[in-house]
Design a protein around this ligand. Structure first.
Ligand SMILES: CC(C)(COP(=O)(O)OP(=O)(O)OC[C@H]1O[C@@H](n2cnc3c(N)ncnc32)[C@H](O)[C@@H]1OP(=O)(O)O)[C@@H](O)C(=O)NCCC(=O)NCCS
Length: 169
């Protein structure tokens, strides 16, 4: 994995977004801040647990920190080769960096990469109560394929979404 992947901003004058391998320090910051926003507050995920998950090193499951210019903007965890394509296990932007098109750039990069790898699908799951995240993924062409009850906590459903990848011609 190269040290940095640059995602070019579509809007003129906007800073590029960089994906970098997650450092322990960034995992600590992101875990403590993201534990205080939805959906993680609803699950009462302790900050230390989120930091540990984001900072973990696991074959086939790269962790990235997202940077906008010099600023730490969020984090992402992928599970590669999940089911004929990667599973986006975690995507979280800090509140100051939401609604600036970063999520859009990340999903485009994910899809471009999947096309090059000749994957057939992209996968993601979002909590049923997380209406913003669900509409974000649906706007990007993901479709609901299953409801999984009690996956993270009893009484809360998770929605599995899939995007079929159009093959290279
Ligand atoms: C859900 C999430 C990943 C989306 O990422 P994002 O970077 O905020 O997404 P985008 O900016 O690409 O798009 C979101 C909205 O911002 C708008 N937007 C994009 N660029 C913009 C800009 N330059 N100015 C104003 N609005 C903009 C988009 O049109 C979209 O609007 P809409 O929701 O009204 O349709 C992010 O908001 C997040 O981390 N949320 C909290 C954690 C979470 O729910 N994670 C998902 C768990 S499955």
């Amino acid at each position: 994995m190269s040290q940095q992947i640059l995602l070019r901003a579509g809007v003129e004058g906007s800073a590029d977004v960089a994906l970098r391998p997650m450092t322990e320090g960034s995992a600590a910051v992101l875990g403590s801040k993201l534990a205080n926003i939805q959906p993680w507050t609803r699950y009462q995920v302790p900050p230390y647990a989120l930091s540990a998950f984001l900072g973990d090193i696991e074959p086939g499951a790269p962790r990235y920190e997202l940077r906008l210019g010099d600023a730490l903007a969020g984090g992402m965890v992928l599970r590669l080769n999940w089911m004929r394509g990667p599973y986006l296990q975690f995507l979280g932007l800090l509140p100051d960096f939401q609604h600036q098109g970063i999520g859009d750039l990340v999903l485009r990069w994910l899809e471009d990469t999947a096309v090059k790898c000749e994957d057939r699908n992209l996968w993601v799951a979002a909590s049923e109560f997380n209406a913003r995240a669900l509409s974000f993924y649906e706007r990007h062409g993901f479709e609901r394929v299953a409801t999984i009850d009690d996956l993270v906590r009893d009484g809360i459903n998770e929605i599995l979404l899939r995007k079929k990848i159009a093959p290279l011609r």
